[in-house]
Design a protein around this ligand. Structure first.
Ligand code: ATP
Length: 252
């Protein structure tokens, strides 16, 4: 695939005697939404952590936007344009929602962020306007002055999404972005992620909710026991007997 912005090649990762990833090949095309699905313990989060530099692979390479990023620390990979939303949201609990969204933009622009600079943050009207717009997009504007610690888990997830979007990443990695959300909020998040796609952002989504996967994905890779057992369009994956046997089953 010539237009791949993310290319994972021959990646292996073990934890002691457990092989979490075996010979992983993944190519994510620019501007597309690529879902990674698979049963619990299949290796999805491990793969994402390898891509963002949180875990070094035992062997193999990860290339992003022409840069070899294998073994580089997470902040360097982030500076290259990779942002991610985690299963457990990583937010600043003692800051307001608005401050939470502004901090990553400030940090990206200046390279570092000092808490002492926080009071000057809110005087940056362009940044503040953009942060408010993003809070509106994720449905949290009415709570902008509240402390982030007061939010539900699903709302923290949406706050973290806004914190990612203000960085204007080239690649957004989402680990179960709708977990803990009501069906209404899930659908709202799907709509938001569709809008982001229209802006040309590439996304990799790990998701258990097949409604979310089939609403958003251009391509799907299926992981089972650390191996990619299928890759293709949603229709191809849905029709694969191997996938049905390994994962989708009757329940999905
Ligand atoms: N830091 C770690 N140390 C030891 N084993 C780990 C570690 N992280 C993951 N594992 C193991 O590696 C395997 C893959 O885990 P991983 O979390 O990547 O799966 P997953 O597909 O994301 O699962 P889930 O859908 O439940 O989040 C599992 O057997 C898990 O127990």
């Amino acid at each position: 695939m010539n237009n791949a912005v993310l290319h994972v090649s021959e990646v292996q990762k073990s934890f002691g005697g457990l092989r979490a990833l075996t010979d992983i090949e993944l190519q994510v095309e620019k501007g597309k939404t690529h879902a990674i699905i698979g049963p619990n313990g299949a290796g999805k989060s491990t793969l994402l952590n390898v891509c963002i530099g949180r875990l070094p692979p035992d062997s193999g390479t990860v290339t992003f936007d022409g840069h070899l990023i294998t073994g580089r620390p997470p902040y360097e990979i982030n500076q290259l344009g990779v942002a991610r939303v985690f299963q457990t949201p990583e937010i600043f609990p003692d800051l307001s929602l608005l401050q939470n969204v502004m901090v990553p933009a400030f940090a990206k622009r200046d390279g570092t962020f000092r808490m002492s600079a926080l009071s000057s943050l809110e005087k940056e009207t362009d940044l503040r306007d953009e942060a408010e717009k993003l809070l509106e997009d994720v449905g949290l504007l009415q709570f902008y002055a509240k402390l982030a610690s007061s939010l539900s888990r699903g709302d923290k997830r949406r706050l973290e999404l806004a914190m990612c979007l203000i960085q204007h990443p080239k690649l957004l990695l989402l680990d179960e972005p709708t977990a803990g959300m009501s069906r209404h909020d899930t659908n709202r998040t799907i709509d938001l992620l569709k809008q982001i796609k229209e802006r040309g952002m590439t996304k990799v989504i790990i998701e258990h909710d097949m409604h979310v996967v089939f609403s958003l994905a251009d391509r799907i890779s299926v992981l089972a026991q650390g191996k990619i057992i299928a890759e293709g369009t949603p229709d191809e994956v849905r029709g694969s007997p191997r996938v049905q046997e390994a994962y989708l089953g009757g329940a999905h």
